[in-house]
Write a protein that binds this ligand. Structure first.
Ligand SMILES: Cc1cc2nc3c(=O)[nH]c(=O)nc-3n(C[C@H](O)[C@H](O)[C@H](O)COP(=O)(O)OP(=O)(O)OC[C@H]3O[C@@H](n4cnc5c(N)ncnc54)[C@H](O)[C@@H]3O)c2cc1C
Length: 396
């Protein structure tokens, strides 16, 4: 299906883009910006595809206004297992698949075409980084900023339990200067160094991709000399994904660790924490306790916060997921525990951290059950695609 990667039409006035499902967000966004708009929600990594973000989950700093990527969907064309193609909207005969497709990970069918909302842009984005030393004050302020709704973009970054930032982004027609984080300088570091900043709208959308948040350090790309060796063109999630996939295929890291007698584990957690439960700060301590439990400095994992507020339509989807509208909490980070973690079973830290996060009020994606079974029976009766558990857990 790789060839289904073209934009079919952009209607800036009506606020939509119609595109084939395998298009990367890098290509989709480029086309939209040429029409003075952007997709309403653009996940941070250039390689993520529109269909993948709809079938998986996509979120970004505009999600406080527009929800997740799939909440911006207007129409979906799905290739089913037996080769039939159905068009799904929120109120046609395939509305059940329209609402059940998110989180289905390609087990109900493949998104051949997606029509999604766009929003008008201005040439620049002015950023305001607001610092906090208390998690209570941080999440309280986040709730206030969400309720005011005046910023076009809202996200947060937690460097440690005593150093957190809310970043507000507002479109701007002019800018006294613009910063460049596509080569020598690193965006996430600027959050702690600057109170105000200006980026072009393109560079704002891709501000996290150049260093894959902060994960470029895992491939030594934050070392100034090695960064130059990479060169500007190769800095980005596309390169790091290739290196990570090559490494897991040939097992270089595993071989080196075996020789050194150490054990490392990447921990990337997406957990939702309802702000209304007022227990979000507890989650940061939970993360801290886990880090402390394995004797790690709290800079080892830098959570990111993307606020998400519910819209009517989300409710119908949530019924499939059995959840309320809320803020989406800590995610992203790689843990390299010191060797005293040796001898622990694989994924120990993932499980330990998740246990603490869920205990502190976090919610992780749960999907399946009777609603999913009914969709599977209706749209993939012959089982052309694997079941969800087989695909996502057993990786079949
Ligand atoms: C390391 C990592 C970092 C991430 N970072 C972010 C982030 O910063 N922001 C964010 O919003 N999300 C992030 N995600 C989540 C990501 O958006 C989802 O995993 C998304 O599903 C990936 O889409 P993809 O196009 O890369 O597809 P793939 O990773 O190739 O596929 C993901 C799943 O979607 C299915 N799929 C792909 N295309 C289609 C299609 N056209 N129709 C039906 N099913 C399809 C695949 O079968 C697979 O099950 C991250 C995920 C990972 C693994």
């Amino acid at each position: 299906m790789r060839g289904f990667n073209e934009v079919l039409a952009v209607d800036a006035a009506a606020g939509w883009v119609d595109s084939e499902g395998m298009i990367t967000y890098e290509d989709l966004t480029r086309e939209c910006l040429a029409h003075g708009v952007m997709p309403a929600v653009v996940p941070q990594l250039k390689t993520i595809t529109l269909g993948g973000a709809v079938a998986g989950v996509g979120i970004e700093s505009s999600s406080h206004r527009y929800g997740l990527v799939h909440d911006t969907m207007l129409e979906l064309e799905v290739l089913l297992g037996e080769g039939r193609i159905v068009t799904c909207t929120a109120d046609n005969e395939h509305a059940d698949l329209f609402f059940g497709f998110p989180n289905s990970y390609g087990t109900l069918g493949y998104a051949l075409r997606v029509k999604a909302r766009t929003v008008p842009v201005k040439p620049y984005v002015r950023l305001e980084h607001i610092g906090f030393q208390s998690a209570d004050k941080f999440f309280h302020a986040l709730g206030e900023r969400l309720r005011s709704g005046e910023a076009d973009f809202v996200d947060g970054t937690v460097f440690s339990p005593r150093q957190m930032y809310i970043t507000l982004g507002r479109f701007a027609d002019t800018a006294p200067y613009t910063s460049d984080y596509t080569y020598e300088r690193i965006y996430y570091r600027s959050i702690a160094e600057k109170r105000e900043d200006y980026l072009t709208v393109h560079d704002y959308i891709w501000r996290w991709d150049t260093d894959w948040f902060w994960c470029s350090k895992n491939v030594f790309a934050q070392h100034p000399l090695i960064r130059r060796l990479y060169g500007k063109e190769r800095l980005g999630s596309r390169t790091y994904t290739k290196i990570m996939r090559w490494n897991s295929r040939v097992g270089i890291t595993k071989k080196v660790e075996r020789v050194l007698g150490i054990h490392s584990e990447s921990v990337i957690q997406d957990v939702d924490i309802p702000l209304s439960r007022g227990r979000v700060p507890g989650v940061l301590w939970a993360r801290d306790r886990t880090l402390a439990a394995v004797g790690l400095p709290d800079r080892a994992a830098t959570p990111q916060v993307f606020p998400l507020s519910g819209a009517a339509r989300v409710v119908r989807q949530l019924r499939l997921l059995g959840r309320e509208a809320h803020a989406r909490g800590p995610s992203g980070g790689a843990l390299q525990p010191p060797d005293r973690a040796q001898g622990r079973r694989a994924r120990w830290h993932q499980v330990a951290l998740l246990g603490q996060l869920l205990h502190a009020g976090g919610i992780q994606q749960s999907y399946g059950g009777p609603a999913y079974a009914a969709l599977k029976a209706k749209y993939d009766p012959q089982g052309a695609f694997p079941q969800l558990y087989e695909k996502c857990v057993l990786r079949r």
